[in-house]
Write a protein that binds this ligand. Sequence first.
Ligand code: ADP
Ligand code: MG
Length: 709
Amino acid sequence: MPAPRSFTLATPIDQLEGVPARAVPGLRQLGITNLGKLIAHLPLRHERLEAEAPVAELQADRIVSARGEITATRTNPRRPRPRFEAVLMDGTTRLDLVWFNALYLRDKIKPGMRLRVQGKTKRYGPGLQIANPKFEILSEQAEPASTAERVRPVYPASERIKSQTIEKIIEANLPRALPLLTDHLPPALLERRNLPSLGRAYEMVHHPQNADDALRGLRRLAYDELLLLQLGVHMKRAHLREQLKAPAFVRNSEIDRRIRARLPFRLTPSQDAAIDEITADLCRTTPTNRLLQGDVGSGKTAVALYAMLLAVAAGHQAALMAPTELLAEQHHATVRSLLHDSKVEIRYLGSSLDEADRARSLKDSESGRAAIVIGTHALLQETVRFRSLGLAVIDEQHRFGVHQRAALRQKAADARTTPHVIVMTATPIPRTLALTMFGDLDVSVIHGMPPGRSPIQTRIVPRTRRDEVYEFVRQRLQKEEQAFVVVPAINSRETETGDSVRTVTGVRELVRELELGALRGIPIASLHGRMSAAERTATMMRFRSGQIRCLVATTIVEVGVDVPDATLMVIEHAGNFGLAQLHQLRGRVGRGSKPGVCLLIADEDDPDSPNTTARGRLDLLASTNDGFALAEGDWQMRGSGGFFDERQSGLSTLRVADLIRDRDLLELARRDAREWIAKSPALADPAEALVLRRLLKTFGTQLGLVAVG
Ligand code: ADP
Ligand code: MG
């Protein structure tokens, strides 16, 4: 007789007990190769199994569970709801079963089979019926009917192996695996967060006594995962902070007074608060890495300018980078006019410059003569050098990636210094997500708007009433107001959805239509990405000056563009745009003293098409002007809703945690990770070896941490 085997988590599955040989290929295919992987194969969900009762004792309108033999089946292909019907007999009592839209079941459920079913009963003739019951085909050796309610894990399975087989295999090996698990989290932390140990958590998840058990076990595992991610993020941040230094700026009342005197308005309390937070960072040698969030029009530029002037006052240079030429030019014009009579030299860098101007900008940037350099991603080019870059401000972060931030950092004079970095974004990222994605950034938020703004009214108009929209626009334009009209494309095109073909209006056709029709006699122009930068700037200038009353554009007007008299925003085919985009577009109007109106022209909704979710988005947009509320709502509605690219963020690696369900856990994990790293920045204590190993294994590559460990 062989000696009793000793198992480890690395023991291959084919050497475990209770694993039938025919199950092995299926398990391997799911990535389950050894005992450790088997235990880590978590249920997709848990299913409540009602206590079973004899069919004769069932009552109507209850959720019940019963078993019996299938004696007859029938398909009824009648549209619109083709159905599959079966009769289940328990002794002499009959239960009728019906599944709608499920003709494929005729290949699965056959007379003579024994089934366990669960669902809600209805009175049906003299007996009972269950519509769309859950079912399980019982084998010869099926367990006897269970008379107590139970919670069963449902595992990710495949064609080759059923969830129930996996359940049995895990069940058989759980007692052996649990004692082998060493918890990588300290007991004191678990106690504080009221979470079970690792072994207990796996037990609760795989073999729950009740629904609460399953939840509590999952909660521990989700917390674990979020904590590891946040530990990684904070560790990386601690590492950067220790290796690199930035110049410390100085703020005193004199400097503060001089900067404020440059602004044509009083800063709002919210802007002041953001400035205080940012300044506290900038006056230290620890490199700033801060996200400045504020809804469209909230006045981020003034905050950025304050920071840039602090850099200049300290004898350093500041750079401001915008995602488009138009925006960069607008920043340049704004900053230039605010500082027109000061000694601060400002240079521009972008593709619209001629050779001579470009050479001059480069030279003055390198010599330090230019105190402020504003531009597009042209700033990132190798030829651009600074004498002493103290601060880099990046506008509209979502257009730039992590790599651009790194590239700007490298513009510092030597390898051990780095500029402070501030990233401005109007994309309202829910706080919890911002913390996860940008865990290595601090976040400041400008709430609300500068005074004198009236809230924008948003209305959804069906396409059939489009004429009324342009009639309304015509009347408003005659009253000295200005309008943007945004369409999804430059040229009209046809799109097919199902059997119907729609025409999506383009900029060119719409300009022609409006010039000849509803807006005849009113100066109209178009703006889109195929125009040269010079043409675009010229058009914008004429629109800002009021020569042009109506601008028909693609989403190129989306970010930042400031035209105080524009009060109307019409968006054609509004359902074609993302919610974030619509919100940005809407923020283009009502920036002056007159209130803004946003009219969303919605295509007809086919109730069966995914377009109905587009309608849901539009309704949400019309219901609030608060970008953060909108982002939260959108996030709830669609997972994370396209506001951000999850793939870059580490979120896509999360296996257990669900950011919507577990948002409270994320917050806890973040706080705990922060405290932990503050005490032990590199997790270098021998007692932390296990947690460090888990962390590097799970998130190391993605966070670029491998070298740190
Ligand atoms: P965003 O946050 O979208 O970049 P901007 O910085 O472009 O917003 O500011 C929007 C408008 O509000 C600009 O015209 C700016 O001059 C104005 N503004 C900013 N701060 C104030 C303030 N405190 N009081 C009055 N107007 C302000
Ligand atoms: Mg802006």
